[in-house]
Design a protein. Structure first.
Lengths: 189, 189
DNA sequence: GACAGGCTAGGACAATCGTCCTAATCTCGC
DNA sequence: GCGAGATTAGGACGATTGTCCTAGCCTGTC
């Protein structure tokens, strides 16, 4: 049980930062959900910022693992890109309630002018680089990165609007169109 | 000078809510920028929520005025839709720093589970309805609303990613592609 | 020039925030 | 089973929050 308390704190903080925002989540909230006392925090993290860093680094690690799994699990680059696109569907319940975990955290930290903003933005970087690889493998050449960013921006926009409008058909329609577009690119190459 | 102080407070709060977020903006911040005392607030607004409502209602009024100006200023529906799309370019400096004012406020209020969230979402509704009208005038029929939401989501995604990645070329490229797509729809009808 | 009412400044208020301190408890090698 | 070090609970701290109260100022009317 050495690492357990620390990793539990990170997991709970991760979820609460997502649900309620970083700034709005207090140590009291996290402590009560973890089941530890408020003052005990500073044995594991010397500040709230250090906790945030740990949360983001855990997200980076989880994202790397997810991307590796997608890369290993799908045969074609187009199927891999569609695996990314489908995340909007598979996480729809959470996205409907709290938006995209990556986008909303980066937007909040930007407004707070928080020192960990560059670290948070690296999650976007992981997705962008991975998608760029897939579009390159699809034979898109110089167009690989622009198209990766297009897919990334598309998913952000869909998540934001889904959170606001709560329109299920909108999401399904957009996901289908986007997958069709990717498969069209694959067929043309 | 009857209404002036109240409207000054709203204008300052509007900007600060955008720059730093609603929750992170305190009465002390607003008061010091307006140049009034902190305790004097409650003569104009009986709570922070009432101030937020006034800010959102001012945004709704400003949005209606903007949309009317675009409707009056452009001949074709396609030109009107492109006027919307170009807002990402004309507001690029602010968007680069703080994201989209509409999207970031709605995302924050959703996480706070704030009672004014439905009111904030109505700003999205204004844009969605206006864009739907333009696509209808373009002869899109049943496709008008889906395409309006697509443009709305697109602008949200571009704003979010621009705020995170700070990539100027990305924005210019996306705006150009989106305008070309709209003009293509117009030519086909 | 007295008076009423809109407006303001300044501070008090309880609550909550992140942070820190200390003493008690637990765990484990010897 | 003893002692060192990791872990914990609980509370104190200064600062800040939204809110409220009160005494005074300003403006305009009779």
């Amino acid at each position: 049980m050495r690492q357990s308390t620390r990793s539990t704190i990170i997991a709970v903080a991760d979820q609460l930062f997502y649900e309620a925002g970083f700034y709005h989540t207090s140590f009291a909230d996290i402590a009560s959900q973890v089941g530890i006392s408020r003052g005990n925090f500073y044995h594991h993290f010397k500040s709230k910022e250090e906790l945030l860093q740990a949360v983001i680094e855990q997200r980076l690690a989880a994202t790397r693992q997810l991307l590796s799994a997608w890369a290993a699990g799908s045969e074609s680059p187009a199927a891999r890109i569609c695996a990314y696109i489908q995340i909007v569907i598979s996480n729809r319940t959470q996205i409907k309630l709290h938006g995209c975990p990556v986008g909303t955290l980066c937007a909040e930290l930007a407004k707070l002018e928080h020192p960990s903003l560059p670290l948070a933005n690296r999650v976007f970087g992981l997705f962008a680089d991975w998608l760029t690889e897939q579009f390159s493998a699809l034979g898109q050449g110089q167009q690989a990165r622009p198209r990766a960013l297009k897919v990334l921006a598309w998913s952000q926009g869909v998540a934001t609007l889904y959170n606001a409008l709560q329109d299920d058909e909108f999401v399904e329609r957009e996901v289908e169109e986007m997958c069709n577009w990717v498969q069209g690119l694959a067929a043309a190459s």
